[in-house]
Ligand binder design. Structure first.
Ligand SMILES: [Fe+2]
Length: 314
């Protein structure tokens, strides 16, 4: 019997953003129609999910590459050159607690866990010279949703739209400072001098208000945005924290409960995301992320910026 082509559709699941795409075949060779549909859905909804699509790393990467060059994770070259093939494709960022022997990695205390900052809303790689375009996170092994491990998303466009016009005018033209280590300190991590020396992460500047390709304006804040250029540290921090609280208030937030085979795509330049707690000593979690840049070569952002030494994810 001839297989009927699937019809692509998107349904908004939150009053302000977040679309669920149906009819997307990520297993077969992707075509221009799928690419255009997803680009348009993302421009409209900022975050989209394709559910129940258990694909391989290779299929995941092939899909991601339709939309731009990959941002490669730190350590990519070493992982690719390793004599033993890693459990996860070296192009993928890993967000989980499973090691190469398929065992649970024991959790670190929060004050020493660099990943713990992911529970503050943030835009991936906003501390890089070029903020990531999209992240695509795939649930390979997910805990039952009743025990935690959901992801929260916030729409920074809607948060901007709802600000009073005088506040919008004040913010346009201001520049945010995205400082990885300071952001981690605010998230409760004890940052040592050796961490700062080993992982050299200079603060980066990005506009506090972005204009997206379709003309919509968006705030650009989040956990890595710790200050404002030209303001005192205290004044800048107070302003970005106010914007953070506004953007992450309930009316702009959607909670995604993961099911294995989900792929959630988010536009880092106008949406924030945050992990929710999970007892990672007890529950297994295998989440894999492909990250896409707007332009440039496929390389990790630190080498692209001429920064040497190891680097961190998130
Ligand atoms: Fe993240």
């Amino acid at each position: 019997m001839r297989k009927l082509p699937m019809v692509l559709a998107v349904r908004q699941v939150h009053p302000r953003f977040f679309g669920e795409i149906t009819g997307a075949d990520l297993i077969g060779e992707p075509d221009e129609n799928l690419r255009n549909f997803v680009e348009q859905a993302m421009a409209e909804h900022a975050v989209c999910v394709v559910r129940h699509s258990p694909i391989s790393d290779e299929q995941h990467l092939r899909f991601a590459r339709l939309f731009g060059p990959l941002e490669l994770p730190p350590g990519y070259a070493e992982r690719k050159a390793a004599s033993v093939r890693p459990r996860i494709a070296p192009e993928m960022f890993f967000a989980g607690n499973i090691d190469d022997d398929n065992q649970i990695i024991p959790p670190k205390p929060p004050s020493q866990d660099i990943g713990a900052g992911a529970q503050r809303f943030h835009a991936d790689s906003s501390f890089n010279p070029q903020p990531s375009k999209w992240s695509m996170l795939r649930g390979v092994e997910c805990p039952p949703s009743e025990v935690g491990g959901d992801t929260l998303f916030a729409d920074m466009r809607a948060a901007f739209d709802d600000l009073p016009p005088e506040m919008q005018q004040r913010l346009e033209g201001l520049t945010g400072i995205h400082d990885f280590w300071k952001g981690r300190e605010y998230a409760g991590l004890t940052v040592s001098d050796s961490m700062r020396t080993r992982f050299r992460m200079p603060p980066m500047e990005h506009p506090l208000v972005r204009t997206m390709a379709n003309g919509r304006k968006s705030l650009f804040v989040g956990g890595h945005c710790t200050g404002v250029k030209g303001m005192s540290e205290e004044e800048g921090h107070e302003l970005v924290e106010w914007l953070y609280r506004h953007t992450t208030s309930d009316q702009y937030v959607h909670r995604h409960q993961w099911v294995e085979g989900d792929i959630v795509i988010w536009e880092n330049r106008c949406a924030l995301h945050a992990a929710t707690p999970l007892n990672t000593s007890e529950y297994r979690r295998d989440m894999r992320r492909a990250t896409v840049n707007e332009s440039g070569r496929e390389m990790d952002a630190y080498h692209a910026a001429g920064i040497t030494g190891a680097s961190l994810t998130d």
